[in-house]
Write a protein that binds this ligand. Structure first.
Ligand SMILES: Cc1cc2nc3c(=O)[nH]c(=O)nc-3n(C[C@H](O)[C@H](O)[C@H](O)COP(=O)(O)O)c2cc1C
Length: 362
């Protein structure tokens, strides 16, 4: 499954693995792909520095990348108190009443913090600063092109920049802004998604830009990877599938919920951040679509509104209420397996598929 991107980035297979876990990211890189560590959960630059130092020790010298979240429209950066005063009391009441109804206990005295702040530009910039002190081989950005000065700095360090796109128009804009690799992420993907399915989006973006395009959204097998390459992609970018690997130890509760889910058990909703994102459908997501539930707030207010709820849910021990981004490919995620095994299976099935296709009549 080699493409020219492999030589450019020094990887064996063009399998890019987005993950919030440094353990999973390192395992993906060791298995010959490119592990890409999601930085958004690191509020403190020192914590990210420690995670990357750990990766430097545990990737066996193989390349890895990072992913930052710099929304194209800069959310107002004030203190959390300023922003939270913009949240209607009725929304706060709804969250409290819903948690009570779902049986999610309050946090123990003294627990709970400020929630995830990595989407603030000041924090995301600190992620870039820290990442550039490590031997990273790629920086990806989630919600738009990174600002021009960030792209320039990353390029000056000899590191290519990738950006996610849900429309051909986004991809064209990224390339005009200096982005080197476009991740064409379809509707079925976990996390923030647009409205165009991977099958339609990938060839549209491949035709629209003259840089390598990675296919994302709905990929969890060699057949799906082969389909992505048939659509013109230079590699695959997977996020959900790594959540049920043995190395993902951040949340056994979430893993339990994911293993039980079918491909119909996801929902695209604004309740996670204020922008449409695909999540596992649970009693928490369902509560937001009941009659009388409020409209989610715009980013970043929704992040702040549900931040404490997410911490309470994570601590609750109840898989039926988890709040977790995951794509429709969750239906294939039926057992916990080591990353190396997932990668080996994907590559084996990819090889078999390509061979089968080569044997078909034209
Ligand atoms: C739990 C989770 C968190 C995600 N967070 C981010 C993120 O912080 N930044 C980003 O660029 N993409 C994020 N994504 C999207 C992935 O990068 C990737 O594009 C997507 O998972 C691909 O589709 P798939 O879920 O069908 O594999 C996330 C996906 C998941 C499942």
């Amino acid at each position: 499954m080699r493409t020219s991107l492999c030589d450019e980035l020094g990887i064996e297979h063009p399998v890019f693995g987005f993950t919030p876990s440094e353990h999973v990211a390192a395992a993906i890189s060791r298995a010959g792909g490119l592990g890409v560590l999601g930085c958004v959960r690191f509020n403190e630059a020192e914590d990210l520095d420690r995670a990357l130092a750990w990766m430097d020790e545990n990737c066996d010298g193989k390349p890895y990348g990072v992913d930052v979240v710099m929304p194209a429209t800069v959310p107002a950066e004030g203190t959390q108190i300023d922003l939270s005063s913009l949240i209607p009391q009725s929304h706060k009441d709804f969250v409290q009443q819903t948690l009570l109804k779902l049986g999610v206990p309050p946090l123990p005295e003294g627990e709970g913090g400020e929630g995830v702040l990595g989407w603030l530009h000041s924090v995301a910039r600190s992620h870039v600063d820290v990442a550039l002190e490590h031997p990273i081989r790629l920086i990806a950005n989630a919600l738009g092109s990174p600002p021009a000065d960030v792209i320039d700095r990353v390029h000056a360090a000899g590191v290519p920049v990738a950006a996610l796109a849900g429309k051909a128009e986004h991809a064209r804009r990224h390339v005009a802004n200096g982005v080197d690799v476009v991740v064409a992420q379809g509707y079925e993907a976990g996390g923030h998604t647009g409205e165009v399915a991977t099958m339609v989006l990938v060839p549209e973006i491949v035709d629209a830009v003259d840089v390598p395009v990675l296919a994302a959204g709905g990929i969890g097998s060699g057949r799906q990877a082969a389909a992505a390459m048939a659509l013109g992609a230079s590699g695959v970018w997977m996020g959900s599938y790594w959540l049920t690997t043995a190395e993902y130890t951040q949340s056994p509760l979430t893993q339990q919920a994911l293993l039980a889910a079918s491909s119909s058990d996801t929902v695209r909703t604004r309740i996670y951040t204020g922008k449409p994102a695909r999540l596992l459908r649970t009693r928490w997501t369902e509560a937001w679509s009941e009659p009388g539930a409020p409209e989610p707030l715009p980013m970043p207010l929704q992040n702040l509104l549900v931040s404490e709820a997410h911490q309470r849910i994570a601590r609750s021990g109840d898989p039926s209420v988890v709040s977790m981004p995951v794509g429709q490919v969750v239906g294939r995620m039926t057992e916990v397996r080591p990353v190396a095994e997932v990668m080996a299976d994907l590559l084996r099935e990819y090889g078999e598929t390509v061979e089968r296709l080569a044997g078909l009549d034209r």
